[in-house]
Design a protein. Structure first.
Length: 323
């Protein structure tokens, strides 16, 4: 079988190098620093109010406007907050003051802020885990749009914040984080639409990358549901795993492989051999052998290491122009 990605000629080509792993960790570290700014600003704002309006720990109980932040400092998560009454929350805060703030003496504000930052750190960690996938989506979006621009193919993209389709002339790089879908028309007149993280009814599971051979005006509602219910409307499906940590690499591949197998089997029931792709940032040697084996047999139509530019750009070109 002819292999589409000319930069993937053997299994070892897919393996993530030490340098790529280092660069990946650096990218996520820098993103984490950026994402932490609002949390640090919140802590600074809370500290200023406490300095202005309290003289002792129990004064906090009178400040209704900052109680929710103080509950967080006491270890009450936003989720737990929904299950506790005001009485419960005040009891927790009072116990927190007695146990930790009063023993700190004149440093009670610092003690509260340190604990507040610990709670915010947990929230930031959860956000970063979600952002791993988003960062990979952003990279794919940038490269797909670059292909369309170079090929001079007009496109529209769905902007999540405004909940509207914008024209290619409106595109700017800072919008990438907010793009859920892109649609374009090939020179031949064939239509393509890329959608991220879509639950495909035929498979009954969420799929990372979905390319349709038709356009939809909405991403919800009855007309859209009719489109995604029809097996023949699907052009390419794939899995995108952006995590760079080698410790989780094998698990990511197992999850992706299970999803791809389910897609393959589901579409075969409709006599459709749907093209599949796999893109991963952390690919270890054992994984690469499995991925390349499926690729060489045609079970996966295309694959790439997210950290290897030639492979990834080649795959994006194929995704964009495949007929």
């Amino acid at each position: 079988m002819k292999m589409i990605n000319k930069y993937v000629k053997k299994a070892s080509d897919l393996v993530t190098t030490h340098e790529s792993r280092r660069n990946g960790f650096l990218e996520y570290a820098l993103r984490k620093s950026k994402e932490s700014i609002p949390y640090i600003d919140k802590a600074k704002a809370l500290k200023l109010i406490l300095e202005d309006k309290t003289k002792k720990p129990k004064d906090i109980l009178k400040l209704d406007e900052i109680k929710s932040s103080c509950y967080e400092a006491a270890g009450v998560s936003v989720k737990a907050n929904n299950y506790l009454s005001d009485v419960d929350l005040n009891d927790i805060l009072l116990e927190f003051i007695k146990e930790f703030l009063e023993p700190a003496g004149k440093h009670y504000i610092d003690e509260l802020i340190y604990r507040y930052l610990l709670t915010l750190g947990d929230a930031l960690g959860g956000r970063m885990r979600n952002l791993v996938g988003s960062i990979a989506n952003e990279k794919l979006t940038r490269n797909i749009i670059s292909q369309l621009q170079v090929l001079n193919l007009p496109f529209k993209y769905y902007h999540k914040s405004s909940k509207s389709w914008l024209e290619s002339k409106d595109y700017s790089i800072d919008q990438v984080i907010d793009i859920r879908s892109i649609k374009w028309t090939l020179k031949s007149g064939k239509k393509r639409q890329l959608i991220y993280n879509l639950t495909v009814p035929i498979v009954k599971k969420n799929i990372d990358i979905v390319v349709l051979n038709c356009h939809s005006e909405e991403l919800t509602g009855v007309p859209f549901k009719k489109i995604i219910l029809a097996p023949l409307n699907y052009e390419i499906l794939g899995e995108l795993k952006g995590g760079i940590d080698p410790a989780g690499a094998d698990e990511h591949w197992k999850t992706a492989n299970t999803a791809l197998s389910r897609v393959r089997d589901s579409f075969k029931k409709h006599n459709i051999n749907i093209p599949l792709v796999f893109i991963g940032a952390a690919i270890e040697k054992s994984m690469s052998n499995e991925i390349f084996s499926q690729y060489s047999k045609g079970e996966i139509m295309n694959c790439a290491n997210l950290t290897v530019d030639n492979q990834f750009v080649s795959l994006c070109n194929w995704l964009t122009t495949n007929e």
